[in-house]
Design a protein around this ligand. Structure first.
Ligand SMILES: *Cc1c(COP(=O)(O)O)cnc(C)c1O
Length: 489
């Protein structure tokens, strides 16, 4: 029995060795007509490394028994696919047809024109990043946005760093290192996997003291936990989750008063952090603005620049001048400083708030869009797509049975804000019998010249129009022309 098994093993091992010998050689692949143009573009060494990668992949698949024969054509196709992939940047612009406005995977907020223009201007030349034209000497990079932050939030002072996670780390390290920070058990949250309050706390060198319960925490819970080691009361926005029902958290005024009485810092990680009343702008109630928190006595507020604010990735810290001064002096502030492109984009975005031009901020405009306007856009997109297929048939291509229907959609704010709120939207449902499942169609659309990311519902693709930019409908048609125009049938 043992022997028979061994013999079978030897046989399969021999068969595998034979298959490995059948793999095409590097020289054969290098000589392919489709491969040679890549050599002049990215160099022979880079092409060879990509071909080696392809052959290694194939070798592993054969050894693992995942492939049982050497298919030369398939290997060549895979090699070309990898070459094309590596020769172009994988950081590409895409069309967001998901209806999720602050789509974290797709880069959160898109910038206002004023902000992208400012980035281009400052990035393509030298600038006043750390230079004062008035004095003709060294200036401070934070100075460019501090006045704007004070103006838009009502805070005494402000500083910006790379992102909000960095802002929280900086604040904890500068104000509570080696001391205790009191947090409600209902606010010990994880945001997007890598940001977990207990871990951030440990990393910053502050000691977490949990109080209350998951659903209810009172001011007296905080007060009982205060010792001579306490540095801070920390409030954290639960962002991507909600506790509902029998629940309670003390008000900001109450905690501010408690912190004042005990000489503690009262900080709030607001997460998204809006600068305006979203109830008024977009019918989204219940979210305090940064200014609200400052007015209620929060000593230090941290928030992101690229969530509800609608700017670039940045982390803001605003509040009492003495606290901001301590942050400024901490070495982390230097390690987390922002670059000139980010500052330019942020400055331009804040100016839109200052000048009451918030409608020019795409995130806010998309959130505020009227349902009737969305419906008109969906109707127009559907008409465009139908025209495309009609034209295609006129050109003599055989008919594809495309189903194009204007539908209601459920859109979302995204970015961990308003997780329970559905935004009523409109879109176009699309399917083609010849292309089988919606999953297959989305894969094709994702990999075209204008990659489109869509929703799927009831085995149809759904283009949510809320998150489309003005040029996107045309690009969707161009993508369709690439995909369906060339293939016949
Ligand atoms: C999103 C979020 C963060 C992380 O902010 P980034 O800007 O992504 O670093 C931290 N805290 C809260 C409460 C958040 O919602």
């Amino acid at each position: 029995m043992q022997n028979i098994q061994n013999m079978q093993k030897d046989e399969t091992a021999e068969k595998k060795r034979e298959l490995l010998r059948e793999l095409p050689s590097m020289d054969k692949l290098l000589a392919l007509d489709a491969v040679t143009p890549f050599e002049s573009r990215i160099g022979r060494e880079a092409v060879k490394s990509i071909l080696t990668e392809t052959l290694d992949e194939e070798r592993q698949a054969l050894l693992a028994g995942k492939t049982r024969e050497v298919n030369r054509l398939r290997i060549e196709r895979r090699a070309l696919e990898l070459l094309r992939e590596r020769a172009a940047s994988s950081l590409k612009r895409v069309i967001n047809a998901t209806g999720v406005v602050i789509h974290t995977n797709l880069g959160r907020s898109i910038l206002a024109d004023a902000a992208t223009n400012a980035v281009r201007e400052i990035a393509s030349g030298y600038g006043t990043l750390e230079y004062s034209l008035k004095e003709g000497e060294r200036g401070h990079r934070n100075a460019h946005v501090e006045w704007l932050l004070r103006q838009t939030t009502g805070a005494e002072a402000g500083i910006v760093v790379n992102n909000n996670a960095g802002a929280v780390v900086l604040a904890l390290a500068a104000l509570a290192k080696g001391r205790e920070v009191i947090v409600s058990r209902g606010e010990l949250v994880e945001i997007g996997g890598s940001f977990r309050i207990p871990e951030i706390m440990a990393f910053s060198g502050a000691e977490l003291v949990e109080v209350g319960t998951t659903n209810r925490t009172r001011a007296s819970d905080y007060e009982r936990a205060i010792t001579d080691q306490t540095a801070m009361l920390l409030k954290v926005h639960p962002s991507n989750y909600r506790i509902e029902g029998f629940c309670e958290q003390p008000g900001r005024e109450e905690l501010a008063e408690l912190a004042r009485r005990h000489g503690l810092v009262f900080m709030e990680d607001l997460g998204s952090g809006t600068l305006i009343d979203l109830a008024e702008l977009a019918g989204l109630p219940g979210e305090p603005s940064v200014g609200d928190c400052i007015r209620k006595g929060v000593g230090l507020v941290t928030f992101s620049g690229d969530k509800l604010l609608g700017g670039p990735q940045i982390g803001c810290l605003v509040g009492q001048a003495d606290l901001i001064e301590k942050l400024r002096k901490n070495p982390f502030a230097r390690a987390l400083r922002v670059d000139k492109m980010t500052l330019a984009a942020f400055d331009a975005t804040l100016r839109l708030y200052l000048e009451n031009r918030t409608r020019e901020i795409p995130t806010l405009a998309m959130l505020a869009k009227e349902t009737s306007a969305l419906r008109s856009e969906a109707v127009a997109l559907a008409r465009r797509l139908r025209n495309f297929f009609a034209q295609r048939e006129k050109n003599g291509k055989s008919a594809l049975s495309a189903r194009i229907v204007v539908v209601k959609t459920r859109d979302a704010v995204g970015g961990g804000a308003f997780p329970q709120t559905e935004l009523p939207g409109w879109g176009v449902a699309f399917s083609i019998a010849q292309y089988g499942s919606a999953a297959r169609l989305t894969r094709i659309l994702r990999n075209g010249r204008y990659p489109v990311v869509t929703g799927i519902e009831a085995d149809a693709l759904v283009f949510h129009v809320r998150t489309l930019t003005p040029q996107d409908p045309k690009h969707i048609c161009d993508a369709f022309a690439d995909i369906f125009g060339l293939l016949d049938g």
